[in-house]
Ligand binder design. Structure first.
Ligand code: HEC
Ligand code: HEC
Ligand code: HEC
Ligand code: HEC
Length: 232
């Protein structure tokens, strides 16, 4: 390769190495879509602290009660759940009336009602940076109705392989994240059942949306994630 080509190759590498990856690389939080250390609103360039804080520095008591040293404001929205809607559904497992646990934590940023910048020292400031403005396309559920989860995969539903004969046993493997049972919360489906928020090495599949099992032929098997739980 001549010098000129080498120069072009080096430039291409620089251009193709973004600060934050559009998809995870399975290399951990740093450099992943959840690395907000370079955002203007994150004054001290914190990595973990946007979500967790090691000590209770006058942290909002209700956040502490969520566990996991949670540090990010959560949403007050009352949600319309999958099985609450009037559309056709065949849910067999018992379902929560509202999202709980870690799902509530994810929705604190993803439903678009709480600012990304609302964590500890900034929690008393009205949020100014919302996911739909700063990171369009990543709002879950869609932008039209922040509280409408009725068209999102069922959440808070018990993984009941007996009641629903179309589910694999919970002892089956869930990619490299242990068993299906390991990724359930109180035996129920959470956002983190399918996604690895930390993009941990060896747990989430690179070049996917932080998935625990790849879901298309570009990164793995067609609908591999769905087929891990559903016997279809
Ligand atoms: C502090 C706010 C915040 C919290 C809490 C949060 N997210 Fe995110 N998440 C974001 C933002 C902002 C993006 C968009 C990043 C980008 O533009 O690349 C994102 C992106 C994602 C993506 C897409 C990544 C990709 O590669 O396309 C997934 C999947 C995701 N989040 C899942 C979750 C799950 C699951 C949880 C809870 C276990 C969670 N998030 C908690 C703010 C958050
Ligand atoms: C975008 C928000 C976000 C960021 C940033 C984040 N976490 Fe988490 N973390 C979560 C959520 C949500 C959970 C619960 C869901 C789960 O474990 O999948 C969690 C769970 C954990 C747990 C307990 C469960 C486990 O996986 O062991 C530890 C420990 C942890 N995080 C450490 C860290 C550390 C250390 C950092 C920084 C390097 C970090 N987290 C950054 C959101 C985040
Ligand atoms: C971690 C396990 C898991 C994964 C992964 C998973 N599902 Fe599910 N899914 C469930 C459970 C549990 C239910 C609720 C079943 C019940 O109670 O009848 C469900 C329900 C559904 C329903 C609703 C059916 C009804 O009764 O109304 C559909 C449709 C569905 N899943 C499709 C998918 C698709 C498509 C994928 C892949 C993108 C997927 N699932 C991935 C566990 C999973
Ligand atoms: C049953 C598995 C499953 C559950 C549960 C789940 N997701 Fe996803 N999610 C996926 C899959 C599969 C994709 C990739 C879809 C695609 O490529 O179009 C995805 C994509 C995403 C994306 C990327 C943007 C987009 O909409 O495609 C975000 C952000 C996200 N999920 C966040 C969440 C949050 C937050 C929750 C909980 C409220 C959640 N997910 C629950 C399977 C799931």
């Amino acid at each position: 390769m001549n010098r000129c080509l080498l120069g072009i190759a080096a430039l291409a590498l620089l251009i193709s190495a973004p600060m934050v990856l559009a998809n995870g690389d399975g290399g951990g939080v740093a450099g992943s879509p959840h690395d907000f250390s370079g955002e203007a609103w994150n004054h001290r360039g914190e990595l973990c602290r946007v979500c967790h804080i090691p000590h209770d520095h006058n942290r909002n008591v209700s956040l502490g009660a969520l566990g996991l040293l949670w540090d990010h404001q959560v949403s007050n929205v009352s949600y319309l759940m999958y099985a609450e809607d009037t559309h056709i559904e065949f849910i067999d497992g018992a379902a929560d009336a509202e999202p709980t646990g870690t799902t509530k934590m994810c929705l604190g940023c993803h439903d678009g009602t709480v600012g990304l910048d609302q964590f500890d020292n900034k929690a008393d400031v009205a949020g100014t940076v919302f996911i739909q403005d700063d990171h369009p396309g990543f709002q879950v559920p869609g932008a039209s109705l922040p509280g409408d989860l009725s068209n999102t995969h069922p959440l808070g539903v018990v993984y009941d392989a007996v009641a629903d004969g179309g589910l694999h046993p919970v002892t089956n493997a869930m990619g490299a994240s242990g068993t299906i049972d390991d990724v359930l919360e109180r035996g129920r489906i959470a956002c983190a059942s399918c996604h690895d928020v930390h993009d941990s090495p060896g747990e989430s599949v690179p070049s996917t949306h932080l998935l625990r099992v790849a879901n298309n032929t570009a990164t793995g098997t067609a609908s591999g994630l769905c087929l891990t739980c559903h016997d279809k």
